[in-house]
Ligand binder design. Sequence first.
Ligand SMILES: *[C@@H]1O[C@H](CO)[C@@H](O)[C@H](O)[C@H]1NC(C)=O
Ligand SMILES: *[C@@H]1O[C@H](CO)[C@@H](O)[C@H](O)[C@H]1NC(C)=O
Ligand SMILES: *[C@@H]1O[C@H](CO)[C@@H](O)[C@H](O)[C@H]1NC(C)=O
Ligand SMILES: *[C@@H]1O[C@H](CO)[C@@H](O)[C@H](O)[C@H]1NC(C)=O
Ligand SMILES: *[C@@H]1O[C@H](CO)[C@@H](O)[C@H](O)[C@H]1NC(C)=O
Ligand SMILES: *[C@@H]1O[C@H](CO)[C@@H](O)[C@H](O)[C@H]1NC(C)=O
Length: 570
Amino acid sequence: MPLHCASFHRPRTRILRIFCLAAVAGLGLIWLSLRSFDQDDQIPNFWADYPSLPFSSPPEQSQVLTPELPSVGENGTLPNNLLKSNPSLHILMPARAKSQDLCRSIASAMLLNYPPPTIIQSGNLSSSYTLHDAVLSQIRGIVSFLEGNKHVNQSDLVLIVDGADAIFQLPPEVLIRRFQRLVWTNNEKLRKKYGIAVTEDQGQEGVQKTVQKYSQRVVFAASKQCLPSSFDDVVCTTVPRSSLPPDIYGPETDIQGDGRRNRPRWLDPGVVMGQAADLKLIYERILEYVTLNQNINAYERAFAQIYGRQEYVRELERRRTTSLWKEWLWNIIGISDASNITNVYLSLQPGKRYEFGIGLDFESQLFFAMNGSESDVEWIKYNDVERVLGVQSEHGVPRERRLTLPVDLEQNTQNPFMQPLWRAGETAKPPYYNRTVDFLPDPKRADWHSLPLMTNVHTASIPAVIHANGYVSFRDSCWWKMWYRPWSRALLRKYMQSPLSGGGILWNMRGGTGGVWTINDQWFKFEEFCGGYETKLFDDRWVSWDEDGKPIYNQWGNLIAGALKSSRNV
Ligand SMILES: *[C@@H]1O[C@H](CO)[C@@H](O)[C@H](O)[C@H]1NC(C)=O
Ligand SMILES: *[C@@H]1O[C@H](CO)[C@@H](O)[C@H](O)[C@H]1NC(C)=O
Ligand SMILES: *[C@@H]1O[C@H](CO)[C@@H](O)[C@H](O)[C@H]1NC(C)=O
Ligand SMILES: *[C@@H]1O[C@H](CO)[C@@H](O)[C@H](O)[C@H]1NC(C)=O
Ligand SMILES: *[C@@H]1O[C@H](CO)[C@@H](O)[C@H](O)[C@H]1NC(C)=O
Ligand SMILES: *[C@@H]1O[C@H](CO)[C@@H](O)[C@H](O)[C@H]1NC(C)=O
């Protein structure tokens, strides 16, 4: 084509000539775009050099939410050989000691129908233990739960929350659905960004299969601080930018002062969800790091290092396979998705894993990290039209819109005041019912629209779990603002008295309702573990937790609690 063009000489072809020049330039650019960094033999194939596979089944396709409900026997018990055919949900709560805040975490999880949590206490420490020993012992507890527990399958979902400052707000179905949706969406993005690779099928020799190069498998909460490092520490600069709009906190967004106007971008280790196999890989590496590094911040630093390095290796691999032209153009337009690895030279050992499938919940759909974000939240009743219209402008949110109750709460989530399914013969008024203590509003009149829900006003999301780190006084006021405040005792009693409640059967096969497990398979009833904290938990006129001695059954239909008898027989 250029040759043909050159034969035109008449002036009216000037425009054509410009067009020709543009075409030549275009061809040059296409050539540049075909040429990638890959042609340089010196650059290693990072994807192949550092193990990125295999992982267990994709968490976004896990069937945690579609259990086949076991059939209940004539006398209301379940068959003894009951097997759960879909993956389970487990909750781990590392905690240093019993406390008001730990009991609030436990109580809020229970009244929302989460499975009984497993408490990981610092355990067997000698009297002269250091903080480092305590941290190490907790990580060991988490690792041993994830890898060596007969109750846990590798594809089970595990939620690990910091027992000392977590508050649950929404039921487990919402959390799981949002987790799967987020992972699914992010994996679409990662496939576009990093592409695919061909690898040998595990198990079948010689069979090739196509896999996505990098995928997300676990979700951590996103924090406004890169603790314990400073913002210019290399592992703080390599991590991806937040997916939130760059002006979400107004003109000073991301201009670090105290960090309160940062878009959350860094990993908060306080809340995480993922499959047991994936979390096991992460916590084994954390254990390795914390064992070697005795300093006080080793735990937070370990997470920052893991996440920073994962993104560093991903970026090296992306640069290896991208085209110069695309990089140049995207930089000019300002839509480059490159991570900042300017002046970053992290040491990498060939053959060592740096890929952990870690991603964050930037929009706080699942988890909200409170430190530095206290002024971003409001407790909103979504049927209060004036409030939902005005609250974003009060907070100076650019491009405000009317807040609405998310569809997943509006349509797919059971009313929290609904009475559970009672066993055959108990369909009438529940036997435990006490008209004063157990009073709950009529589900026809009260629902998610009329309850004050803690909302991140900037992202218009209602997080399922709140990591109330930061100010202690704020954490306390959070507790008293949660939607269940007036009914927490009644909701907790409802949960405990219903023999087939979600905790025991729907979520996992450990069994038990209304108590906690320890890492050594000990069972503590709620009043054994949290007795004495009632006034810190409930805002009502009854002092102690009075269980009435009503029987509580486990998933086998065996009596595990009632009339204050021993309950450790599952
Ligand atoms: C309930 O019925 C099953 C058989 O359907 C029986 O095996 C079990 O012992 C019964 N349990 C009680 C507590 O009666
Ligand atoms: C706890 O410590 C005792 C004595 O120090 C030891 O015998 C025991 O095995 C330890 N238990 C665990 C679970 O580490
Ligand atoms: C784990 O899964 C396997 C097969 O999927 C099943 O046989 C086993 O019972 C499960 N174990 C637990 C503890 O759920
Ligand atoms: C990239 O990181 C370096 C420090 O490693 C920092 O000096 C620089 O400002 C960062 N660039 C951008 C665009 O954030
Ligand atoms: C309901 O519970 C309260 C407080 O425990 C008690 O005083 C009252 O007698 C109970 N009422 C009934 C009908 O059991
Ligand atoms: C909260 O953030 C501040 C910095 O803004 C930090 O100094 C402090 O350690 C953080 N607290 C927790 C519990 O993470």
